[in-house]
Design a protein around this ligand. Sequence first.
Ligand SMILES: *Cc1c(COP(=O)(O)O)cnc(C)c1O
Length: 480
Amino acid sequence: MNKDATLIFEKTKPGRIGFNLKDKGFPNVDLPQSLLRATPADLPEVSEFDVVRHYTLMSMKNFGVETGFYPLGSCTMKYNPKINDQLATLPGFQNIHPLQPISTTQGLMQIYFETASMLSEISGLDAYSLNPFAGAHGELAGLMIIKRYHMANNDLNRNKIIVPDSAHGTNPASATVAGFETIEIRSNDDGTVNIEALKEALGEDTAGLMLTNPNTAGVFEKDIRLIADLVHEAGGLLYYDGANLNALLGVAKPGDMGFDITHINLHKTFSTPHGGGGPGSGPIGVMKHLEPFLPDPVVIKTKTGYDFKTPTMSIGTLGHFYGNASVWIRAYVYLLTYGKDVAMIGPRAVLNANYVKDALKEHFNTPISGHSMHEFVFDGLKDDSTGIKTLDIAKRLLDYGFHAPTIYFPLIFHQSMMVEPTEVESKETLDQFINALKTVVKESLETPDLVKTAPHTTVVRRLDEVKAARQTILKFKDMP
Ligand SMILES: *Cc1c(COP(=O)(O)O)cnc(C)c1O
């Protein structure tokens, strides 16, 4: 691997430029003084070759699903068919202006409508809005709906959202942004909801419960109907965090489990590359009784085509226009190409996860016995006599060309390592990953220092992550 870690500014040689139009017979343009800079822009002075090589080599230092296995639990990093990108970037889609008359964007409106219908069918929720721009944004929309619903019922003291301690961090964060107080309840040892703790937390101030199923430890919440009944009897609503739907696709529906609201991350389960911050889409689905609260606008089918409508008790507009169109086009193409085979995604995701788990469980603590769903958690090495921690193992995996799994999440275990292979990986890739982890386990016992000082082959070695977080350096050292 190319280990050059210099910045483009450090490659500067005063006076060096890419290409100069000066003295080529073009007249100088006299710009008004007010438009001119007082001091020259602080730009790197490099040749065109310097620039091209710098950025090409930098792109090669990236690690992504297209360069290697990326088993990041709770994030669903998977291959997304290129045909989806190609169709999403057709000029007819790409050149649509958001302010174009609806009569000229009927195709896109149809995609919105039909994607929403397919998500309804898949999840068992009655109506969808594709407007939210990300998973957390969908959560916010859902919580605003919960708030509006209670207000509409003149039930004004419901200000608490219950979240299990195994929840994804965005859940309590979204609840806070929406103006709720978060009540965290303890989980059972396997990460499932502790029914007694839930009963204690429920009351007249309960606005709702946020849950994901399978939970973050990869366990299916078998008591989900009981949980739903308890929350509903207490007057609350049930919110499903459907960011990662891989385990359920074709097998079970949140709507059947008693959930009232869900968001889905199209950029995790339905084919948009993610990581690095976007673009995303977090459609929000609701049961019939909450449909009037959906964000404005929703797309409806009329006798002659498609149109916008403002739901009668809408929580309002969530952002500019009506969402990230390119992401729903990808999801639409993905769903149409899969067709009924969508029902194979869940079983394959589950099979892959259990294949890896089973091959390695003799070496790692498995806080959850039995089968997992689409992801699983190990809680440190069984033989930790040499002091090797999950962090060391994750770092050493980088030397073998694998992205590290999610580590130290969920927080309910001390040495969590959370692996999600996804449904798209082959047996060969899974075997390579299993063998790499077995090698690291062997090294952990025989040459622990090698593992404790890993990574050894990456551009930068082990970082002081606390220092990196506390003393952030956000600009190049020589810049004013
Ligand atoms: C990724 C994720 C989210 C948040 O989605 P964003 O699009 O990143 O905002 C919420 N919940 C779970 C379980 C997730 O994995």
